[in-house]
Ligand binder design. Structure first.
Ligand code: UDP
Ligand code: MG
Length: 340
């Protein structure tokens, strides 16, 4: 069954930028935005800057910018809560009929946003940027990213689009649905895909980072990938179960053989095979406990019910803004009638 799409006109757009130690990129971002925004004509635009606990001059820059220009909101965290939390806060504070999530280093080119708006106006709820190529990134990053998206799609969540980061336009109804999800492990691109409705790829070439360094070093990337897999799928536990079943079967066959050998008096010392088996079984049992433990850890984090992030201060967020320390989680629970 094909989903009916209604053409519509976008009148209010929110551009969301998570910012973490981006003092080198911010002046460039401001210059580029000031040059590009007039090309959108009468479309009303707000810019939502989320300072994710930067330690450099980013927050000072954003604050001065927001105090100068009224349609710029600033949400500043009490510490670094991570990229996905910064975007979650941006989505919570944005008021546009559609929101676009972008990197503050402008690796995602502004002109692509126009193509996304065109898709929104055709009636799509999500227009996600799909990378055709990644300029200026190491072969290692390209290969690991290639493998990550394919593994995620094949094994974890089949509707997760390939080569797609967080750069996307999402309609108000999708934003509201994602805001209402109370889970603390927020793998946003998976959550957007999970919501459904009509979604479409907007292919683009990702620029290289002009200023500063990536805030996603290898260790953070691996943690992100692991969190994405374990928050979205029980596949690792299933693999462990299958492995356990295979090992148990082999163990049973070895028992039969041992019994046979004992009956016919062929028992030998067998130290090597015994050691090998003990080591293999010990190793795989610990691995299995470790993987199950990861999920128990995730449940532990979730049941604590802590706020996703803590807002230290805001600029231009109006009287209706969440008070400092108020959270998406509290909001979502309130909507479900489970007030904290
Ligand atoms: N970012 C953030 N919190 C973090 C890490 C990154 O808000 O803990 C922001 C960062 O400032 C940038 C975006 O998230 O605007 C994406 O980060 P980055 O450009 O370093 O990632 P890459 O494009 O290299 O994958
Ligand atoms: Mg970037």
């Amino acid at each position: 069954m094909s989903i009916q799409r209604q053409p519509r006109t976008l009148s209010f757009l929110s551009l969301i930028f998570p910012v973490f130690n981006e003092e080198e990129s911010l002046p460039y971002l401001r210059k580029q935005l000031e040059a590009w925004l007039p090309s959108l004509g009468s479309l009303r635009v707000e810019i939502v800057l989320v300072d994710d606990g930067s330690k450099d001059g980013s927050c000072t820059f954003c604050e001065a910018w927001a105090k100068e220009v009224k349609n710029i909101k600033l949400i500043s965290f009490s510490r670094n809560f991570g990229h996905q939390m910064a975007v979650s806060a941006g989505l919570r504070y944005a008021e546009g009929d559609a929101c676009v999530i972008m990197d503050a280093d402008l690796q995602d080119p502004l002109p692509v946003v126009r193509q996304m708006i065109a898709r929104y106006e055709e009636g799509y709820d999500v227009a996600y940027g799909q990378r055709l190529s990644r300029q200026g990134e190491t072969s290692f990053k390209k290969v690991t990213a290639w493998a990550f998206y394919r593994l995620m799609q094949k094994c974890v969540y089949k509707d997760l689009p390939k080569d797609t980061g967080d750069f996307r336009l999402v309609s108000r109804r999708v934003v509201d649905l994602v805001n209402a999800m109370p889970e603390g492990h927020r793998f946003l691109r998976g959550m957007f895909a999970w919501v459904g409705f009509s979604q479409i790829a907007v292919p683009y070439v990702r620029d290289e980072r002009r200023f500063g360094e990536t805030k996603y070093p290898l260790s953070k990337m691996l943690r992100f990938a692991w969190q994405a897999i374990t928050s979205f799928s029980a596949l690792p536990i299933r693999i462990v179960s299958l492995w356990g079943a295979a090992v148990a079967l082999v163990g049973f066959l070895i028992c039969l053989y041992a019994l046979y050998a004992w009956l016919y008096g062929e028992t030998v010392q067998g130290w090597t095979s015994l050691m090998g088996l003990i080591a293999m079984l010990g190793g795989s049992s610990i691995l299995a406990i470790g993987i199950v433990g990861e999920y128990v850890g995730n449940i532990f984090e979730e049941v604590k019910g802590r706020p996703f992030y803590i807002v230290e201060r805001t600029v231009n967020c109006g009287d209706g803004a969440l008070s400092s320390g108020d959270t998406v989680r509290q909001d979502a629970l309130r909507q479900k009638g489970r007030c904290l």
